[in-house]
Design a protein around this ligand. Structure first.
Ligand SMILES: Nc1nc2c(ncn2[C@@H]2O[C@H](COP(=O)(O)OP(=O)(O)OP(=O)(O)O)[C@@H](O)[C@H]2O)c(=O)[nH]1
Ligand SMILES: [Mg+2]
Length: 307
């Protein structure tokens, strides 16, 4: 049916691959977003805006817009996620034991969560502008077995982690706990929660661990393309209350993500660029009130003009 794949000449095949790679590249870019109608674009870039109309006015919505950079800021962050000869985005190394952890000085962020929650898919979506970087994802839980380090030029590193829970690697605790507790250049941990099921008991163990270590972390709700808006809204409200009442070092605003549709991916790129000290925001709505100052990069502390 596919005009006999075996009969495609090498050149034709190469052209097809290039077009496919470009399309993937395109779908996660701001340029692609700019082609969408206004409302769709807004929801893609700022997923909370798709939910806010359903929220009662009595609910304080400020907490969901703490980090709401301008489109220009999103563009500046996108540049960091766009490879060039001088700014290469590459898989760097993997580690299964503490002694294999690479010594890197550039700021780092990592992604933790239950197996199958979508950690690798999220990293792949963040890197959609660098389609040659291979990040493996799978339907089978427990696919990622090592800590995988991806370098973004000389500016920061993203670390994909094995999942906890079902089919977690045996030595998970031996490497993940010391990594989170001792990694000096770790600027933020993203704890992913499946939008369809919300916080599970095992996620609470992970939250407790982050709190005990006093590390700055943020919750990311994944697979929002599969979750009904009403369910998503109620999860968001629950998470917001949970963060307020039960955490100290969690960023107050949960991020909403669909890695297949790229919703929220631009925003997360911008947050990563910001927390790793690579982007001074020109916009106004970023205040990080509740984290203890010692856990924050300097850029988070600078007061910004209201507007
Ligand atoms: N619909 C939808 N599916 C997703 C999304 N993110 C991930 N998935 C699917 O969820 C499954 C697991 O994704 P992975 O990214 O491999 O999950 P992981 O957290 O890295 O899993 P482990 O490496 O096993 O811990 C795959 O089938 C993905 O296609 C999303 O945003 N939307
Ligand atoms: Mg994985």
């Amino acid at each position: 049916m596919f005009f006999g794949r075996a009969r495609l000449g090498g050149r034709v095949r190469a052209a097809v691959w290039t077009v496919c790679a470009r399309q993937r590249h395109h779908a996660g870019s701001l340029r692609f977003a700019s082609l969408l109608p206004e409302r769709k674009r807004r929801v893609l870039l700022y997923p909370f805006s798709g939910l806010e109309a359903h929220l009662s006015r009595q609910v304080d919505q400020g907490g969901f817009r703490l980090f709401q950079p301008s489109v220009e800021d999103l563009g500046r962050a996108e540049e960091l996620f766009t490879p060039s000869d001088k700014h290469q985005i590459v898989y760097s190394t993997s580690a299964v034991r503490v002694e294999h952890l690479p010594t890197l000085t550039q700021p780092e962020v990592c992604f933790i969560g239950r197996s199958n929650v979508g950690k690798s898919s999220l990293i792949r979506a963040l890197f959609s502008l660098a389609p040659e970087v291979e990040v493996r994802v799978s339907k089978t839980p427990g696919h990622t077995k090592k800590l995988n380090f991806f370098k973004v030029g000389k500016v920061f590193t993203l670390v994909d982690m094995p999942g906890y829970g079902h089919r977690a690697p045996e030595d998970f605790v031996d490497i993940v706990e010391p990594y989170l507790q001792e990694r000096k250049n770790l600027k933020r941990t993203f704890l992913l929660v499946d939008g369809g099921v919300g916080l599970q008991k095992i996620d609470l163990v992970a939250v407790e661990m982050c709190e005990e270590f006093g590390i700055p972390y943020a919750l990311v709700v994944t697979k929002i393309d599969r979750t009904q808006q009403s369910a998503l809204l109620s999860l968001l409200l629950k998470l917001s209350d949970f963060i307020k009442e039960q955490t100290k070092t969690c960023f107050p605003q949960p991020f909403l993500i669909s890695s297949v549709r790229y919703s929220g991916v631009h925003l997360l790129r911008c947050f990563i660029a910001h927390v790793t000290g690579n982007l001074q925001l020109s916009s106004t709505a970023t205040h990080i009130k509740k984290l203890p100052t010692e856990t924050l990069p300097e850029t988070d502390l600078k007061p910004r003009a209201a507007g």
